[in-house]
Design a protein. Structure first.
Length: 227
């Protein structure tokens, strides 16, 4: 699931945009204050698209865009009631990918979002997986929350096990298959080793590890994963 960061201070617009993007399959994180958004976006983050209002409390969208472009090439779409040519040029010169004036046509907005995120879906499927509000990066072994902040770092073997669960989502995987795929035939860990890995996953991803919603133990067989 691609992640969108929406920075907008108009509540009705936040609700409209969030609802329609989520219906299109995006995960949306919202900020209504420019200062709050700038703190998150000034550091490494894991958003696939940033939608920025220009006129925001405390820190405006142009300044946020300027800071983001110092360290990230993430697509940026400006939304603004300031639709003059000079404002559009300013936004594009700062590194934005597109600019849409308010009020805007919803279909045009969704089309722009689709164009800006085109080509990211296959990359995401290969390099990322989502579990609830968390996103795991298979290339850096890191786990980020819905605000894009890193909350955990996995080992290579833990990532290999997560990739297997990702491939087999919704299916029961036997302990023997897990041992063969992740540990190989030249190593002989006990099934208890797998149990310990599952306990780690539950601590990281489950709100209540004793009542899991993602990592299920299937007695006498193995495990099942649901994202």
């Amino acid at each position: 699931m691609l992640r969108v960061c929406l920075v907008e201070d108009e509540q009705s617009l936040i609700e409209l945009i969030s609802l329609n993007l989520e219906m299109e399959g995006y995960h949306v994180t919202c900020f209504s204050d420019g200062q709050q958004a700038s703190v998150i976006l000034a550091k490494p983050f894991h958003f696939d698209l940033i939608i920025l209002d220009v006129m925001l409390p405390h820190v405006n969208g142009f300044d946020i865009c300027r800071e983001v472009r110092k360290h990230a090439s993430t697509p940026i779409l400006f939304l603004s009631a300031k639709g003059t040519t000079s404002d559009r040029v300013t936004g594009l010169k700062l590194g934005a990918n597109d600019y849409l004036s308010k009020p805007f046509d919803l279909e045009e907005f969704l089309l722009k979002v689709q164009i800006l995120t085109q080509g990211l879906v296959n990359t995401e499927a290969q390099n990322y997986m989502s579990i609830g509000a968390f996103r795991i990066d298979f290339t850096t072994f890191s786990v980020n929350d819905e605000a894009g902040l890193e909350v955990h770092q996995f080992s290579k073997r833990e990532i290999e096990l997560l990739i297997l669960f990702h491939e087999k989502e919704g299916k029961v995987i036997s302990r023997n298959e897990i041992l063969d795929r992740v540990w190989g035939t030249d190593q002989f860990p006990t099934t208890r080793t797998i149990d310990n890995y599952i306990l780690v996953f539950r601590r990281v991803f489950e709100q209540d590890p004793k009542n899991p919603k993602h990592f299920f133990s299937i007695r006498g067989v193995g495990y099942k994963f649901v994202s």
